[in-house]
Ligand binder design. Sequence first.
Ligand SMILES: [Zn+2]
Ligand SMILES: [Zn+2]
Ligand SMILES: [Zn+2]
Length: 146
Amino acid sequence: MISFLITLAVFLFMECVTWLTHKFVMHGFMWYFHEDHHQPKYANIFERNDVFFIIFAIPSILLFYFGVEGGINYLFFIGLGITIYGFCYFMIHDVLIHQRFKWFKNTKNPYLIGLRKAHKVHHKHLGKEKGECFGMLFVPFKYWKI
Ligand SMILES: [Zn+2]
Ligand SMILES: [Zn+2]
Ligand SMILES: [Zn+2]
């Protein structure tokens, strides 16, 4: 039970981490890597922006590595929370919103439609400054109305 709560708490906490990194790191000193993601058309299958997947994967790998030492300990569940969040982020941001794979194109779920709208608003800004909607899974309620 406690391990489930750790995983869930980390999952929710990752939304805050994502918001902060997106706003202050990706739109900050690492803008170079995020910039091509804000261009209207992607030139290649991979974007420079994809380095952030690798950056976020490193802590999970380390947590899994140390989390199985002498039986599974709490570090493992922290790593699990980060990994599940990363998976959801990929499914939502790269598949559902940006359609890098053509899955669930025609969803009618108001939450998923709201997600898409909120992120489109984020992408309206092509530049580094003055962005909005930096989060991912939490959708401001104004976007829920169709
Ligand atoms: Zn951005
Ligand atoms: Zn973005
Ligand atoms: Zn995006």
